[in-house]
Each structure stands twice: as structure tokens, then as C-alpha cells.
Write a protein that binds this ligand. Structure first.
Ligand SMILES: Cc1cc2nc3c(=O)[nH]c(=O)nc-3n(C[C@H](O)[C@H](O)[C@H](O)COP(=O)(O)OP(=O)(O)OC[C@H]3O[C@@H](n4cnc5c(N)ncnc54)[C@H](O)[C@@H]3O)c2cc1C
Length: 397
């Protein structure tokens, strides 16, 4: 266990040597490989697929691959605390290199894929670790995102498997994916209790990419997908029949930790840039850093990023200790996502017009931060879940 807080008789905030080593190696990767291409990325707003593939090779050469995958499967076996440190370092770069939310550098199967049977592991789980395959997660539909019970994509049983029909929207990383985890209703009257998850190859007959959906975030351009009598074999059911909600919950809880951790990187980089600028930039003969208005923006940002870091590290530590941390993951992601938005906004303000230029990393970090009050569960749904846990309410209340 890579616990940052691993004290006997007290609390220690000292990260282990293993955690510090991973953070340092991630920082070196960012400095050597990402910073030199940062300006090109900022102006173009995207990272070319071949460039991404070359970076993956460079990351692997440095041992920055399959960080989370268990050692018995050939991965590094890092815990969530170590991954939180790595995510913070990697996401100081606006270049959206890591295929989040499932992973950091690549090579670690998404949490739901741990439910694979041995046969499924051969085809889908191990090839992710070896780098031969990438996955995507298809839950959201044009008519429903937050409301799990509202899924209208159906999977109907046939003699030799399942036939999927329906439309999915906002599905990310499809251009890199070899297969998808597709959520479909297998018992239409049962709401969330009648949803199942299927592993669908991108070359399955009946699967179609309808259109890409460019967004305000650099690189983010999810897809609308159609399933028209798309046949999947019986053995491609992931987890239990009608147990899709559990699959989704498993996936989303662990994803939330990484999303929360990456906000620390976005925010800290923005603070570092704004602090330097405030010291260098003079108005009326004095650095703007001498003005209380600027100092308060910096101080509020520093307080918030530190508070978010504590929430993230605590939830990660609980995950490493195998303690239930669903509510802590909701709390960390909610606060970190909203913190990152406030911090990147303040830092952009400190930079004045220079912050608004495409060449400024802060404008990209600001736009990227915005999605996380929506993606992987909106802030409103997070507040609802936290309150439900506080009040002891059930999903039917
Ligand atoms: C860039 C991007 C990438 C994405 N990638 C993926 C992906 O790879 N796979 C995937 O499956 N999905 C993905 N999504 C979808 C994302 O998870 C959904 O957009 C999100 O869950 C919200 O769903 P929605 O957009 O349908 O909003 P809705 O659920 O329609 O919500 C609309 C508004 O109403 C609020 N609201 C809804 N219900 C309640 C309630 N009960 N109480 C209070 N407020 C409520 C919401 O908080 C929100 O403000 C992605 C989205 C984006 C923008």
C-alpha cells in the first residue's frame, strides 16, 4: 500500500519514497517530452494521433505505463495515492496526453474491466496492459446522462448472444478505441436494475460512428454512436446480467479519484504561472503582486488547491486501505472540479489580456477544467449523492 498518510498513532503527511519517485519521474516526462511541444498544442488545440503514439512509447521506455495494473498481470501495481501524485504532475501540462478518466499514462484497464471473466481477460484486459488495445465507455445517450434509469438503448437476447439497438452520445476516445463497454437495458421495465454492460468491438456489425462533437475544451471531441441490430456474442456480457449499475458505479467511483487528482495539476500550474507574472508585471511603477486585489486572488487559490489536495489524498488513501470511499470520492471530485474552475479563472484574470491568448497555458487549463463540473457526473448529482449519504437516504427516497 502506498499510503501518504500511514502513521502509527497519528497522521503523517510525508509521501513514501515510492510515491515521490513516481511523481519525480512524471515531472521529468512532462519537462522533457510535453513542455517542448506545449506551444504547438496550445495553438492547434489537439495532439495528433501519431504524436500521441510516439509519446506512449517514450512513456513506456521510462516505466510510465500500466501504472495501476496489478504486477501479476505485468503492470506496476501502484496504489491510488501514488496515482494521485502522478496525475497532478502530468496534468500540469495542458496537453491532454493521458486517456483519462480511466487511466493516467495508458496501459491500465478501466476499473470495470476487472469484472472480466478469464476468457474476456484474454481478449480485452491483457491487450490493454500490453498496449495492443484501448477501450471506451459508452453510457450517456441523447435523452439521458445523469438518470441511469432513463437508458433506452436495448440489448435483446438471441439464440447465440445479444442484439443491441440505440444511440449513445458524448462518448470519448472512440478514435483510439478497439472496443467499448456499452450499457443497455436488458429488462426495460426495471429501470436502473435492468441495465447490463456489454463488451462491443468497434468492428462489430451494426456499430456505427455517427458524428464527432467538437467542444470548447482542447482535444475533447466525443462522438455520437449508433447501434443498429449490433450483434454481440453471449460471452461479451460484462459482470452480472442486469448488474450494469454496479459495473458503472465501480468504474465511476475510481474514475472520480483520478479526475479529482488531475484538477490539482491544472490549478497548481495556473497558480505558478500567475504568481510569476504578478511579480514581473508592473503597473503604476509597482509589481501587481504588491496590490491586495492580486494577493487575495493568489491566496484564495492557494488555500483552495491545498484543501482539494487533502480531500483527494484522503480518498486515495482510503482506497489503498480497501476502505469504502464512495462518498469521499464524490466529495473530492466535486470540490476539486469547482476549485479548479475558480482557480484557473482567477489566474487568467491576474494575467490580464496575456491570459486570454491561445499561447497562454492558463486559457487551455481554464477551458479543460470546465468539463469536470459536468463529465463523470455533474456537480448537482455529486451534491445529491453526498447529501443522500449524510441523510441515510436510499435511491428510492
Ligand atoms: C467532453 C465530454 C466527454 C464525455 N465523455 C463521456 C464518455 O466517454 N462516456 C459517457 O458515457 N459519457 C460521457 N460524457 C457525458 C457526461 O457524463 C454527461 O454529459 C453527464 O453525465 C451529464 O449528463 P447530461 O449531459 O445528459 O445532463 P443531464 O443529466 O440532462 O443534466 C442537465 C442538468 O440538469 C441537472 N440535473 C439532472 N438531474 C438532476 C437532479 N435530479 N437534481 C438536480 N439537478 C439535476 C444536471 O446537473 C445538469 O446541470 C461526456 C461529456 C462531455 C461533455
Amino acid at each position: 500500500m502506498n499510503a501518504t498518510i500511514a502513521a502509527e498513532g497519528g497522521i503523517s503527511f510525508a509521501p513514501s519514497a515510492e510515491v515521490l519517485d513516481l511523481a519525480e519521474r512524471t515531472r521529468a516526462f512532462v519537462e522533457d517530452e510535453l513542455n517542448p511541444i506545449e506551444q504547438k498544442f496550445l495553438l492547434e488545440g489537439r495532439l495528433d494521433f501519431t504524436e500521441r503514439a510516439k509519446l506512449e512509447v517514450k512513456a513506456r521506455d521510462r516505466g510510465l505505463w500500466a501504472l495501476e495494473a496489478p504486477t501479476e498481470y505485468g503492470g506496476c501495481g501502484y496504489g491510488q495515492v501514488a496515482l494521485a501524485f502522478a496525475a497532478e504532475e502530468l496534468y500540469k501540462s495542458p496537453i491532454m496526453f493521458g486517456p483519462l478518466p480511466g487511466d493516467i499514462f495508458g496501459g491500465s484497464p478501466e476499473p470495470a474491466l476487472y469484472l472480466c471473466t478469464d476468457k474476456q481477460k484474454e481478449k480485452y484486459f491483457h491487450p490493454i496492459i500490453s498496449g495492443e488495445k484501448h477501450s471506451a465507455y459508452a453510457f450517456t445517450e441523447p435523452e439521458t446522462g445523469s438518470d441511469v434509469a432513463g437508458i433506452t438503448t436495448t440489448a435483446t437476447k438471441t439464440e447465440d448472444g445479444w442484439v443491441i439497438n440505440g444511440t449513445k452520445k458524448f462518448i470519448g476516445w472512440i478514435e483510439y478505441a478497439d472496443f467499448l463497454m456499452v450499457f443497455a437495458s436488458t429488462k426495460p421495465d426495471a429501470g436502473a436494475r435492468g441495465v447490463s454492460c456489454f463488451l462491443v468491438d468497434v468492428d462489430a456489425p451494426g456499430f456505427e460512428k455517427v458524428r464527432q462533437l467538437p467542444t470548447m475544451g482542447d482535444q475533447w471531441a466525443p462522438w455520437e454512436l449508433r447501434f443498429a441490430d449490433c450483434h454481440v456474442p453471449e460471452e461479451n456480457l460484462l459482470g452480472q446480467l442486469h448488474g450494469g449499475f454496479k459495473v458503472a458505479d465501480e468504474q465511476l467511483t475510481h474514475g472520480r479519484l483520478k479526475i479529482a487528482a488531475l484538477q490539482l495539476g491544472l490549478a497548481q500550474r495556473s497558480i505558478d504561472i500567475a504568481t510569476k507574472y504578478a511579480k514581473d508585471r508592473e503597473t503604476w511603477g509597482k509589481p501587481i503582486a504588491s496590490r491586495q486585489a492580486i494577493q487575495f486572488m493568489l491566496a484564495d487559490s492557494e488555500v483552495e488547491v491545498q484543501a482539494a489536495r487533502l480531500l483527494v489524498h484522503k480518498a486515495a488513501w482510503m482506497a489503498d486501505a480497501n476502505e469504502p470511499m464512495r462518498t469521499e470520492a464524490f466529495t473530492a471530485k466535486l470540490y476539486a472540479a469547482e476549485m479548479a474552475q475558480r482557480v484557473t479563472d482567477r489566474c487568467l484574470q491576474i494575467l490580464g489580456g496575456s491570459g486570454y491568448l491561445r499561447e497562454s497555458p492558463v486559457q487551455s487549463l481554464y477551458r479543460q477544467a470546465r468539463v469536470w463540473r459536468i463529465g463523470h457526473g455533474t456537480s448537482e448529482i455529486h451534491r445529491w449523492m453526498i447529501a443522500r449519504s449524510m441523510l441515510g437516504l436510499k435511491s428510492t427516497d
